[in-house]
Design a protein around this ligand. Structure first.
Ligand SMILES: C[S@@+](CC[C@H](N)C(=O)[O-])C[C@H]1O[C@@H](n2cnc3c(N)ncnc32)[C@H](O)[C@@H]1O
Length: 331
């Protein structure tokens, strides 16, 4: 018993056309933690001044042990250099993953930085502030032999934008399944991703005030996003971005019944992407118990419900119609 679970989940291997990468050594179920790792070098990710970045990285590399320096130097570098300091900075810029409470720092990791990009990634990097570590969780079932991939991009948009960003920032042309779709399917995928992005921008522009002043419209937008992320297959990362917005809209308008359901959905998504020890899990567990603890409760009571005002005996479709207030006039 337990023999398969004690096998390592991955190995670092050469992947044709990509340098090194991580390959699954066994079937990895969605939600499984693949990597949990402490950075051995950190710096401001968006340090505008490259000279300043070079100094910061150089100082840190110089204070590493000999073996850590060797490990750092073995990492990939896509930037030209004429000095050791410029080489170190190049390695940092090629590899750093976002870390820290507001993801404004970059961290270099021996394992996680070997993970290649795919726009249809099967794993997700997540900075766990409780553990002070970066975790990588499977966001799809990953069959044995498949490459483990994350997304290097800050948002998910159409192919042209993705390809440009990846070429500019990481100097490669992505050939993942999403980027290799036939023209008709690719246009469909682009229009879905661009629409989700457009809705993200509108929701963000509305700000906190918009959650109340345009509540129904905002809820409709999130509903549209969730439907897009559910098609053709459930997209956990997309849903993780959408459901917290739905929760905030419900709670900002005093709708405890819907807020609790949205909080439950956030909770199950964060269990998958961040794990039970991620800060969001106790936060959403608490909000499931008592959504009124959220900062936005009390902004408006125009949708006021009690926790138990959830309709019973509805079919799935009717329940979703109720949840998203689909048949309600815009307010
Ligand atoms: C953080 S490193 C990833 C690990 C790297 N492959 C290695 O050998 O150490 C990022 C670099 O890996 C390569 N890479 C990552 N994803 C790729 C992909 N999908 N196709 C081709 N190259 C990729 C690019 O050179 C990119 O700049």
């Amino acid at each position: 018993m337990g023999t398969t679970s004690s096998l390592p989940m991955y190995s670092v291997e050469d992947v044709p056309g990509k340098g090194k990468g991580l390959i699954a050594l066994k079937d990895i179920p969605v939600g499984a933690r693949i990597v949990s790792e402490t950075p051995f070098l950190t710096s401001g990710l968006g340090v505008a001044n490259l000279e300043q970045l070079q100094i910061q990285v150089y100082q840190q590399v110089s204070s590493l042990s000999e073996s850590q320096q060797q490990a750092f130097l073995s990492l990939h570098n896509i930037y030209p250099y004429i000095s050791s300091a410029a080489k170190y900075r190049g390695i940092f810029r090629t590899n750093a993953l976002p870390i820290g409470p507001s993801l404004q720092l970059g961290g270099v990791f021996l394992i996680a930085c070997r993970i290649n990009h795919a726009c249809d990634n099967n794993a997700q990097n997540y900075w766990n502030d409780n553990l002070n570590q970066l975790t990588i969780h499977a966001v799809k079932d990953i069959p044995k032999g498949e490459e483990i991939t994350i997304s290097y991009l800050s948002s998910r948009r159409g192919r042209r934008w993705r390809q440009e960003e990846l070429r500019n920032q990481f100097k490669f042309t992505c050939s993942c399944a999403l980027c290799s779709l036939a023209p008709v399917q690719s246009r469909e995928s682009d229009s879905k991703l661009n629409r989700v992005h457009e809705l993200d921008c509108i929701i963000e522009q509305g700000g906190v005030q918009g959650l109340v002043s345009s509540a129904q419209r905002m809820l409709n937008y999130v509903d549209e996003q969730v439907q897009l992320w559910n098609e053709p297959t459930l997209d956990i990362i997309g849903l993780t971005r959408a459901y917290p917005d739905a929760f905030e809209i419900a709670i900002a308008n005093g709708d405890l019944a819907r807020a609790r359901i949205f909080a439950e959905r956030c909770l199950s998504l964060y269990r998958i992407t961040g794990g039970d020890d991620s800060p969001e899990v106790p936060q959403y567990s608490e909000l499931v118990q008592d959504p009124t603890r959220h900062l936005y409760f009390g902004m408006s009571m125009k949708w006021k419900t009690t926790l138990d005002e959830v309709p019973q005996g509805l079919g799935t479709e009717e329940f979703e119609d109720w949840l998203w207030k689909r048949k309600v006039e815009s307010t």
